[in-house]
Design a binder for this molecule. Sequence first.
Ligand SMILES: C[S@@+](CC[C@H](N)C(=O)[O-])C[C@H]1O[C@@H](n2cnc3c(N)ncnc32)[C@H](O)[C@@H]1O
Length: 318
Amino acid sequence: MAVRVAATLRLADLMGDRAVGVDELAEESNTDPGALERLLRHLVAHGLFAEPTPGEFSVNETAALLLSTDPAGMREALDLEGFGGRMDVAFTGLLHTVRTGQPAWETVFGAPFWQYLDDNPRISESFDAMMAASPEFLADAAGGYDWAELSHVVDVGGGTGALLAEILQTGPELRGTLVDLPETIGRARELMASRGLADRCEFAGQSFFDPLPTGGDAYVLGRVVHDWDDEQAVAILRRCAEAAAERGRVVVIETHGGAGDNPAAFAEMSLRMLVIAGGRERTVDSYRALAAAAGLQVENVSSTPLGHVIFDCVRVSG
Ligand SMILES: C[S@@+](CC[C@H](N)C(=O)[O-])C[C@H]1O[C@@H](n2cnc3c(N)ncnc32)[C@H](O)[C@@H]1O
């Protein structure tokens, strides 16, 4: 928690490349000088930050990882006032989750996860930004499917459009529709415009539990199904199946399709999804069963170079 507080207060950024007295740091971080000094001494004792002269603190090699400019993005991930830190705090409700089988988010923060994001635009923005800032997922997922045969891709729960942008860049003729909640769609318009794709993309600010825009020849669900329990996952897949109609496809992209060669990551993420929103990680067979319950048939399952899994589904006729 001490590290998270240091990250949240941007102490490394405030120090930059100089040793800074605790009073100045307290003023700049709007904190109590005595409490801040105790926090920093505790961190220094563990090798994070240095105290070159008594009462003055500076960034050492480890604390440099907390600079906002560090490419690993650790400061943002640990920020208690952003999505990353909130997600960690949700785990203080793990006992409740294990006793009841219900997500901890509501007991810790007073509202279910998606409702909470809707009520807290700053955290919602931070969530969207974290989703959009996963180049290892986005490029890999977009490169893992042959979009060339398609003309209109509908990305359902597509966030601010980072994946759809990658997909549209695979072919100049490809058009897209981005479906997500209205707040997120507001931010998506900016992202698509900044990538020069605004004229090839339509936007639908709506719930994916409601009827989806028709006319697409592929309905993509990227990292969406694992957010939900089976009943809700089937409901979302069914909306995609309805909109895809006879000739469309439903393309489900997930980080895991089973424990595979990284059982620790699969187990951790499956617990995380439950604690946050009541979702889960699933095996390939479980995804097949969900698809079948939604009137879809999985025609092909493929793995991307980085191990993400793509289910290519069509509607079961009749
Ligand atoms: C885990 S994020 C995945 C975002 C994106 N597909 C990606 O892979 O980066 C889940 C997305 O579902 C959206 N979402 C949640 N509930 C929704 C609902 N009822 N209707 C539409 N979108 C929803 C969220 O706003 C979020 O953008």
